[in-house]
Design a protein around this ligand. Structure first.
Ligand SMILES: [Zn+2]
Length: 213
């Protein structure tokens, strides 16, 4: 686990930066795939964790949520419109139903909505990739955790620059572009993606979003 800025840590993984999990203060953000339970528990062992929040209810973000919440005895929080998917162990995409594997279901203790506070971050509703996708924004130092509103690179090639997420996995790609324009307009100094390395400065994100056609 490495510290990115005040109160923000990124968990280590292999390949690095590929399926990202963060700690904001004492709140674990996302939980990777089902097999990521071990790396999460090992890395947060010496760190207080009191809650677990999701950017969205896709299987590469809440795969290990059930195991981690159960093991640590902490509540699970997610965007209101993703609650049903997480509590039933499914995920909402445009991809034909039944073709994607599910993640273990877990009850959601708190539905997140625009303006809520998580650690010292503000919840932003950023729907499109999933119906209840949220981002976490700290105005004081312009730090953003944006989940899959944008990818930091191509997660299969581990390179290639900032891009929109795979359209077949976005329930509403046009709505996601609205969310992408919103986060770019924040001009974050640090952007923490669901997939891809942390980005410093607002310019590359702005350019990638401006290039979406
Ligand atoms: Zn993802």
């Amino acid at each position: 686990m490495r510290q990115l800025t005040d109160g923000v840590w990124q968990l280590s993984g292999r390949p690095a930066n590929n399926v990202n999990i963060y700690l904001l203060g004492d709140v674990l953000i996302d939980a990777g795939m089902i097999f990521d339970k071990g790396r999460i528990l090992a890395q947060v062992a010496n760190h207080a964790v009191t809650a677990h929040a999701l950017t969205h209810g896709h299987i590469d973000h809440y795969g290990a949520s059930h195991a981690v919440c159960t093991e640590l005895g902490i509540p699970l929080w997610c965007g209101a419109a993703d609650r049903e998917a997480v509590e039933s162990g499914k995920m909402v995409t445009r991809y034909p139903p039944g073709k994607l594997p599910a993640a273990p279901a877990h009850p959601v203790a708190r539905s997140l909505a625009e303006g809520d506070t998580v650690a010292d971050f503000t919840v932003l509703d950023t729907p499109g990739h999933s119906p209840g996708h949220v981002s976490f924004w700290r105005e004081s130092d312009r730090t953003l955790v944006c989940g899959d509103v944008m990818f930091g690179y191509n997660p299969f090639l581990l390179s290639g620059g900032i891009r929109e997420p795979i359209r077949a996995f976005s329930v509403d790609p046009e709505r996601n572009r609205e969310s992408a324009r919103r986060i770019a307009a924040l001009e974050p100094e640090l952007t923490c993606f669901g997939h891809g390395p942390p980005l410093h400065g607002p310019d590359a994100l702005r350019a990638a979003v401006d290039a979406l056609r």
